[in-house]
Design a protein around this ligand. Sequence first.
Ligand SMILES: *[C@@H]1O[C@H](CO)[C@@H](O)[C@H](O)[C@H]1NC(C)=O
Ligand SMILES: *[C@@H]1O[C@H](CO)[C@@H](O)[C@H](O)[C@H]1NC(C)=O
Ligand SMILES: *[C@@H]1O[C@H](CO)[C@@H](O)[C@H](O)[C@H]1NC(C)=O
Ligand SMILES: *[C@@H]1O[C@H](CO)[C@@H](O)[C@H](O)[C@H]1NC(C)=O
Ligand SMILES: *[C@@H]1O[C@H](CO)[C@@H](O)[C@H](O)[C@H]1NC(C)=O
Length: 526
Amino acid sequence: MGSWILIILVIMPGAWSGDWQVTFEDQCALKGSSVVIKCKYDYPFGNIVTSVLWSKVLLVSGIRKLSPLSSLPVPQDHFIYQGNYRGDCSLQVNDVQPFDEGTYYFSFVTTFNRWTSKTPTYLSVEELTTVVQPSTVEEGEKVRLTCVSGCPKPTHVRWFKDGKAVYNTDFVASRKDAGRYYCAVYGQEMVRSAPVPLNVQYPPEKVSLSVSPPGNILQGGAVTFHCRSDANPPVTQSGYRLYKDGQFISSGMSYTISEVQPSHSGHYYCQAWNNISWRGNDRINSTEVHLDVQCKSAYRPMNISISMDPQEVSEGSAVNLTCSSAANPAAYSYTWYKMTPYSSSDNSTMIEVGSGQVLSVLSMETLHIGAYICLVRNMWGEYSSPELLLNMKERQGGLQPVSILAGIGVSLLATLVIILLLFWRNRKNDADKKQIVSDTKPTEVTEDPSYSLYANVHTFPSSPSIKSQRNSHFDAAAFYEDEVTYSTVSIKPRNSNLPHYIQQESRSTAGKSDESVIYATVVKSS
Ligand SMILES: *[C@@H]1O[C@H](CO)[C@@H](O)[C@H](O)[C@H]1NC(C)=O
Ligand SMILES: *[C@@H]1O[C@H](CO)[C@@H](O)[C@H](O)[C@H]1NC(C)=O
Ligand SMILES: *[C@@H]1O[C@H](CO)[C@@H](O)[C@H](O)[C@H]1NC(C)=O
Ligand SMILES: *[C@@H]1O[C@H](CO)[C@@H](O)[C@H](O)[C@H]1NC(C)=O
Ligand SMILES: *[C@@H]1O[C@H](CO)[C@@H](O)[C@H](O)[C@H]1NC(C)=O
């Protein structure tokens, strides 16, 4: 039995060498890890160890004092004695914290003696440190992750980003790589570095312009434009710019027009800028937004009508056709068309004869006879008036011989003969003339018992006979005969039962004249 013990003593070096001694080595521990401070002790043969004790040097009021570990304010399983009473004095420290760093002594008591280690062991506490290089990158740049351990012993680590494992420590940054990185001891993942953020910058994306309220806006209301983008760093107020039809309007994220006008209508877009360029562009355009401001109570041309002044027209006299309509905004164009007469089919051809609100016929001719319409246009579209039929009093049969006579300067007697002839013809024709001039409005027939007939004798101008307010498209000069001369004859008939067509202006001058007076005016053409 004794020899067997001896053999064991020889095999185990350092054990029971017979000297009072404690041996251990310094330790470096990572914060959060568990570490075992290896320790051996020896004592002369014959002693029996009765108790062991680990102590730590504390500074209390500037005085170094050795305190048993059991007296330290730490969790119960923070220090665990792994050794025994026969030479092993290893100490396990769990969840090493910075306050664990320091100087430790081991002591033991035997049946004959007590012994404390002559030298202490030193526990240093270090941390893992993550280095992200660089910590701010633009997309597409390279990033390297490094884990630095304060302890000399190499540490096998793993990488995490926001709690998820990462396998590459060298990579080209994209925006999804942004996050907080840390390294952790392999197998002891709770032993980790503090997280370090990686900031991946990128130019504005998804730049969008919105307008509220959306859709068509009524004049006078408020409109707000709002520009948004996804960018890193975020676009600042001054990084946003608003444009209308390519023209700079304002900088800033929002822009409000408190009383919007039709002139604000247009195509808007915004630009976002955060000093990060993308393919050489650092100002990124949004998509376009169309703003359509409608006039208050806007409506298309309505109630379009053509009025005729004077209401009746005879050959050679002037007449104005006026196109009127209700529209908001006001009509900006009027176009006149004449329907080609005697059109057999439904779609009679239209000839454009003028533009402008008033179509003036300076001198009525046969070729002017026909149906007229005007087309009225405003922002809502172009709309047509009903047709107006322009016709004239038929006088040609009587006027031709008169003109010849007037031209050669015949006597008043001759004129009177013609007048009488005309008078007779007028009476005869009156019944047929009733519907000659028609209009969308019924022809005004006055019940004035007096009867007048006026005719102006003058030569035709050689200029076009139809003149519209703005420009003339209807050049009818070619249709006129050379130097035609007309005479004007006025008659005051005694018989007031005859039907009559009286022009307004004529009535005012001749209305209450002596019934017995006969007027005649002869103007010779120059
Ligand atoms: C924009 O970036 C350049 C370098 O990329 C820098 O010199 C400049 O100061 C930056 N400007 C602003 C307004 O941040
Ligand atoms: C943004 O719009 C402006 C004007 O239309 C144009 O000159 C510029 O090139 C556009 N920028 C980009 C990045 O498309
Ligand atoms: C069109 O005429 C009708 C009937 O005269 C009238 O009630 C309506 O108000 C007119 N419309 C416009 C826009 O003037
Ligand atoms: C026709 O209108 C013009 C102005 O537009 C005017 O000068 C002319 O006197 C009018 N003619 C008639 C017959 O009303
Ligand atoms: C009527 O209009 C149609 C097409 O709009 C055309 O083909 C046809 O020739 C027209 N008829 C006449 C008589 O102008």
